[in-house]
Design a protein around this ligand. Structure first.
Ligand code: DGL
Length: 301
């Protein structure tokens, strides 16, 4: 490989979400692509996006994509269903040469797996109203005569951002909602927001306790597979041992996996930093992660 090609392949993958939800996608990416470098941008100043209007979401997302593009990312993942629903197409039009991957709730596999022909999608209002999900409903659910129940609780994203305290009213509401879904015959539950896989275990525990027959699906793994495919087809896959020096990145949180699962630390930027952010990242990424200072937000939209 020549030096120019090596430089391209060693560039980072950019991940964007309104908050820390996109870290659920990052976890899948590091499993499949451990030799890649990752830069994460969380728009914590404007989270949640889910109840914002379409124009607002589009302009916030385009600013974030531009920022990641200017950091030299070779591929960008809009690791947010709400942002993808309202800005994916426009972002691709702005950067036709750049592979951009967006998220859509994993409704298609849920419809295929459903025996009761009734699935529920938990997502934000922006995702539930957005074009991407509604296309899947029209093209996959309807022809398969599958009922889709949409559900949005505006407290779920702030609950995850707060570290998911189990004694909160949101946790209680979620349990009640699961019970109601079961009573309605829902057998597939789609987590259509990247924040939600962080409470997948909480949901699964309740399903087991109550002996509900319900599967929980999300799109994290499929997205990581898609990213891998694109890197291969664009000849952008990082070499297993990087030949380039790691450029120093200021104003970011560097998140080091202690067990060396990934080769590079995750470089995490946020539009608003508060004291709990480092701790929350560490909690969500697992105890093997060490979050290092400086913990400074640098992005001004
Ligand atoms: N993680 C975002 C998503 O996948 C959260 C949306 C929000 O900020 O409300 O939709």
């Amino acid at each position: 490989m020549n030096v120019a090609a090596q430089k391209q392949t060693s560039k980072p993958i950019g991940l964007f979400d309104s908050g820390i939800g996109g870290l659920s996608v990052y976890l899948h990416l590091t499993e499949q692509l451990p030799f890649e470098r990752y830069i994460y941008y969380a728009d914590t100043l404007h989270v949640p996006y889910g109840n914002r209007d379409s124009q607002d979401i589009e302009s916030l997302t385009l600013s974030a994509v531009k920022w990641l593009y200017e950091r030299g990312c070779k591929l960008i993942v809009i690791a947010c269903n709400s942002a993808s629903a309202h800005a994916l197409e426009t972002a691709r039009l702005h950067y036709p040469q750049l592979p951009i991957v967006g998220l859509v709730p994993a409704l298609k596999p849920a419809v295929i797996a459903s025996k009761s022909a009734h699935v529920a999608v938990l997502a934000t209002k922006a995702t539930l109203d957005g074009i991407l999900l509604n296309q899947v409903i029209a093209n996959v659910a309807r022809p398969n005569l599958t009922k889709v129940t949409k559900y949005f609780d505006p407290n779920l994203v702030p609950w995850v951002e707060a570290g998911m305290p189990e004694d909160s009213i949101t946790a209680q509401d979620l349990r009640q909602q699961l019970q109601w879904f079961a009573e309605q015959g829902v057998d597939q539950l789609v987590l259509g927001c990247t924040h939600y896989p962080f409470f997948k275990t909480f949901i699964q525990q309740y399903i087991v306790e109550q002996q509900l027959s319900m599967q929980v699906v999300d799109s994290g793994q499929a997205i990581a597979e898609r990213v891998k495919q694109l890197l291969v087809s664009h000849q952008l896959l990082a070499p297993s041992i990087s030949v380039l020096d790691n450029e120093p990145l200021s104003n970011a949180i560097s998140v080091y996996p202690i067990d060396g699962h990934t080769q590079w630390p995750l470089v995490f930027y946020a539009s608003k930093y508060d004291d709990n952010l480092g701790q929350l990242i560490q909690r969500l990424l697992g105890t093997r992660t060490l979050v290092l200072s400086p913990l400074i937000a640098c992005y001004e939209p």
